[in-house]
Design a protein around this ligand. Structure first.
Ligand code: G6P
Length: 369
């Protein structure tokens, strides 16, 4: 069962363009057609445990850790269950407190990452319920956990994760909705509205992918920069981290993701003509705050690349370069914002002559330390 690049120059690009399908497969594998009910094996039992759980501890590494941070926003917002997100590598070595009424949720594309697996095994020994969101059927994590919800992203070959990430976020969104309904936090109307919008996400991903040529053109302007700052707020903060990580991984340009509101406590000191800033400005609730962050960057002569919703005027007018994504419920926005950020890094890396599918020093899954 050989996976080939087909018409694409790289696996990474192919995998980015597969997302309308991989997200649809993931969503529709967990959603019944007739009645908007979310489903995965063991979900009924898991929901009971989740509603009793004192807290959920998410453990993950790399890009999967960023989906974990988005999961934290989603679960706390929609289901009001406390969530902690941990780097598996830190968690396993610091004598963490894990109790029997905790649920430890591992997020992993491969299901084999050594640190994440070790964190899970430790948690199991402490008596916690273990739960995996992973992409590989029958992987170690899927076998060893009490519950597994699969992502259906298909085989991912590019070392830097793209389609597995958006599939993870889709599963976490559905999990948060299911928990919110179970816990009577989320009323049926809001749940149905979110699920209805989720059903349309694959089409909107398709639409976002059509901006690829425009993204490539913007990417060309940044081949010689030494460093990049990525800012986002709320549920888009983890997306800023993910955009920065992807740029580092494949183009070897230093990039730092930061919560936009924290900029004044450090990164603002670095801003001048030579340090460009990418600002994710799609959050409705914080929009004016994001605009004022952008003003602070402009006042210091920083170049701005803004990711905005279609129809945006204010932030788009201030930015030097604009990437657009369709507007959806704020909680669903990260999946769409991931697309231009991944493509932006991809094009910079390709134009710099980097090996995007196999970046130096990185491995697809780190199964040994
Ligand atoms: C490696 C890969 C990353 C990935 C991380 C976690 O560092 O290069 O792309 O996000 O491992 O992998 P996992 O399989 O656990 O999601």
């Amino acid at each position: 069962n050989m996976v080939t690049k087909g018409e694409y120059e790289h696996f990474m690009l192919k995998e980015i363009f597969e997302q309308p399908n991989t997200i649809a497969n993931t969503i529709f594998s967990h959603l019944s057609d007739n009645d908007d009910r979310i489903y995965f094996e063991g979900l009924e039992e898991l929901k009971k445990q989740l509603s009793k759980a004192r807290r959920i501890i998410i453990v993950a590494c790399g890009t999967s850790w960023h989906s974990g941070l988005i999961g934290e926003y989603l679960i706390e917002e929609l289901a009001r269950v406390p969530v902690e997100v941990e780097y598996a590598s830190e968690f396993r070595y610091r004598n963490p407190i894990v109790r029997e009424d905790d649920i430890v949720l591992a997020i992993s594309q491969s299901g084999e990452t050594a640190d994440t697996l070790a964190a899970l095994r430790y948690s199991k020994e402490q008596g916690a319920t273990t739960f995996a969101v992973c992409n590989v059927y029958g992987s170690s994590m899927a076998r060893e956990c009490d519950f597994t919800a699969y992502t259906y992203a298909g085989v991912e070959i590019g070392v830097a994760s793209t389609k597995a990430f958006t599939a993870q976020v889709a599963v976490l969104t559905m999990l948060a909705i299911a928990m919110g309904v179970e816990n009577n936090i989320l009323d049926d109307n809001r749940a149905v509205a979110l699920i209805t919008e989720l059903r349309h996400i694959p089409e909107l991903v398709e639409k976002t992918l059509q901006t690829d040529k425009a993204i490539e053109k913007i990417a060309k302007e940044f081949l010689d920069v030494n460093s990049f700052l990525y800012l986002g707020r709320g549920i888009n903060f983890p997306i800023a981290l993910e955009g920065a990580l992807k740029l580092k991984e494949i183009s070897y340009i230093h990039a730092e993701g930061y919560p936009a509101a924290e900029m004044k406590h450090g990164p603002i000191a670095m801003i001048d003509e030579s340090l460009p800033t990418l600002i994710v400005g799609t959050n409705e609730a914080f929009y004016e705050k994001i605009v004022s962050n952008a003003q602070e960057v402009k006042a210091r002569k920083g170049t701005i690349v803004a990711v905005v919703n279609e129809g945006d005027t204010e932030l788009a007018a201030m930015a030097d370069y604009v990437l657009t994504v369709p507007k959806v419920d704020e909680l669903l926005q990260p999946i769409l914002v991931a697309i231009p950020l991944h493509l932006f890094s991809y094009h910079i890396a390709v134009m710099k002559g980097c090996n995007v599918d196999q970046p130096r020093n990185l491995a697809k899954s780190v199964t040994v330390e």
